[in-house]
Write a protein that binds this ligand. Sequence first.
Ligand code: DCP
Ligand code: CA
Ligand code: CA
Length: 350
Amino acid sequence: MLVDLDYFFAQCEELRNPNLKTKPVVVGVYSGRTEDSRAVSTANYVARRFGVNSGLPLHLAMKKLRNLDAVFLPVDFKYYKQISDEIMFFLRSYCDIFEQVGVDEAYLDISLKVKGNFKTGQVLAEKIRTEVKKKIGISFSVGLAPNKLVAKIASEVNKPDDLTVVEPGNVTSFLATFPVIRIPGVGKKTAEKMNIMSITTIGDLARYDVQRLVESFGRNMGVYFCNAANGKDAGPVHEVVKTESISRTFTMRENTRDLNVLLAETDHLILSIHKDLLNNNFIFKRVGIIMIMADLSTRNKSKTLSISSDKLFLITKTVKFLLESFLSESKLKIRRIGVKISQLIITYHK
Ligand code: DCP
Ligand code: CA
Ligand code: CA
């Protein structure tokens, strides 16, 4: 599944001010040094009906929406990011593999979850859409397809607030009638060049001789265009996993095996780790404790959680659980204590 949040910045603005819903809403950003170079970041679908889209210079947007009670707002990225994080956290729990791309898009590999069945997948997609709408109040569009490329294209055809399913047997017929520019990586220039070669639709491109595509666009792009037009994409959905971990250690004032004394120290370590975690937009899946014992031997204990999280209490709770079980197993006093979180994932990357 490719999930793409609808008119995202503007929808966030509508969320905190529902009165905006019936009006044209334009979120604008300073793109340069002067007022005149401000451009539209995004607009709601009411504004889009008047030809106001992302990238349009703001003064033109104002002209198009004159006397229409339009609302122009500055970009409040921090707020949009908060809403995005909430949604992404929720989406993640519904799939086998999760890959966020940008602030308002994510790929969800649900192959195992639905056992490869597209009907079950469709039901799951509808359920997720309903839940996010109910819980967070944001609508989004979904493309459900055998691979990322087709899912991405499918997500765009019935926007906003819709689900498009392309089953494996329908991939080539689904793609055939769209203009080539729908293929990720085909920009205006490439599309023009293809048009000159009498390639206007993805179907034309699919039938075109791959050798001639290679001659015109180079080996990599030529082969890519041919595969893409035929709906082939072997790229897996992958999480961006940081191999590093975050850890802190502390030497006890005196060797101890008193749980409360140890917890008082780990609380400080956990707070510092958690701050680091939030600053880096990480979430973690594994929590561990490290003990240097009175005899200078080192012991480790850790636990993998069922889902990734950024919650402080989950670290605290898991550390307590690990410490308790460690103390019940070992008779030695602890000299130095450490806390470590690992299996880190970045929740947002541009
Ligand atoms: N964005 C931006 N400037 C652009 C394009 C986008 O600042 N030129 C920001 C604002 C968008 C967000 O990125 O809300 C997501 O971009 P999309 O291309 O997904 O567009 P929208 O979510 O706004 O609309 P759609 O409903 O078409 O997905
Ligand atoms: Ca979007
Ligand atoms: Ca998007």
